[in-house]
Design a protein around this ligand. Structure first.
Ligand SMILES: Nc1ncnc2c1ncn2[C@@H]1O[C@H](COP(=O)(O)OP(=O)(O)O)[C@@H](O)[C@H]1O
Ligand SMILES: [Mg+2]
Length: 301
């Protein structure tokens, strides 16, 4: 299955949520990384046929999201960002409801539900009411419903939001395991969600694609661009106004900052390139993205 996002633009009134986005996704797990407001959910909703583009389209081989919603819905599974299952409903009943919506053949529903419960390790929870599940279990149920009917393509929008670090790791492993042989598109604002599981990714900010390619390519973006330097506290404010500071640590001798700069400053040492820093370098180029709340430098005092 070849998925092609082609010159996609989405406007909500005057807000341009996606601005001429193009990318190709072929197989395996594909990451879509971007800060809040980047346009990730808009892109995923268009891909899942729940929102119409303003211009451009998405193709699944020859199926087009503007014309073949019905056919496309049969080959994709979708976990929306705001997935809130019906709280008072039991796990099995909820899955049955989704299976009917997906128009699975009635005779296959029982086995299909057993398969996805087993896959997500929820078999012993079939009769539990959804509000009694933990956060991690609810997200697993979200995955279970997306996988019902064994679709070729799975679209998951920020599935790790709201999970604690341990649940997040477990969830990532589960997703990587069950996505073998499928195409999975995973959106997130958390770099480490993508680091271990995705082979290729795109960086999206302000509705524009800033990078598409392999992980190493994005790591390389930060080579020779991120530096560390210790300053007297009194100089910190002025420094911060001038350079894009990524992290700040207050020590006995002053303030140790990591920052982006095209050239080395006196007293600065190079920081090893990483995916996180490559991402920071990319989104800092769009200016506003760099000042976005989600990317305020972490200050530890
Ligand atoms: N229904 C809507 N009406 C108006 N603006 C919207 C709507 N949905 C999203 N937006 C705006 O579009 C932009 C992209 O939002 P979204 O796709 O939700 O980004 P992300 O998922 O990356 O946080 C944001 O500026 C957001 O405020
Ligand atoms: Mg979103």
């Amino acid at each position: 299955m070849r998925i092609e996002v082609k010159n996609l633009t989405k406007k909500y009134g005057k807000v341009v949520a996606l601005d001429n986005v193009s990318l190709v996704i072929e197989h395996g797990m594909y990451g879509l990384l971007g800060p809040n407001g980047a346009g990730k959910t808009t892109l995923m909703r268009i891909m899942a046929t729940t929102l119409q583009p303003t211009e451009g389209t998405v193709l699944y081989d020859d199926y087009d999201v503007t014309r073949h919603q019905y056919e496309i819905r049969k080959i994709i599974g979708y976990l929306p960002q705001d997935f809130r299952a019906f709280e008072g409903v039991r796990v099995r009943d909820f899955l049955e409801y989704v299976a009917i919506l997906k128009q699975l053949p009635p005779r296959s529903i029982k086995n299909a539900i057993a398969d996805v419960l087993d896959m997500t390790n929820l078999s012993d929870r079939a009769k539990t009411k959804i509000h009694e599940l933990s956060g991690g279990m609810k997200q697993r149920l979200g995955i279970a419903q997306a996988f019902l009917g064994d679709p070729e393509v799975i679209i998951v929008d920020e599935p790790t939001a709201g999970l604690d670090p341990e649940e997040r790791t477990r969830f990532r492993n589960l997703l990587a395991e069950i996505s073998m042989g499928k195409t999975v598109i995973l959106s997130t604002h958390i770099v480490s969600d993508i680091e271990d599981s995705c082979y290729r990714l795109s960086v999206l900010d302000h509705g524009k694609i800033l990078y598409s390619g392999g992980l190493q390519g994005l790591i390389d973006v930060s080579a020779g661009k991120v530096w560390e330097k210790t300053l007297p506290q009194a100089e910190y404010e002025r420094f911060k106004a001038r350079y894009h500071v990524l992290t700040t640590k207050v020590t006995e001798t002053g303030v140790t900052v990591r920052f982006i700069s095209d050239e080395q400053l006196p007293g600065a040492t190079a920081v090893d390139p990483s995916l996180e820093y490559g991402y920071m370098c990319k989104i800092s180029q769009t200016g506003k993205g760099a000042r976005h709340n989600a990317h305020k430098p972490a200050v530890s005092m």
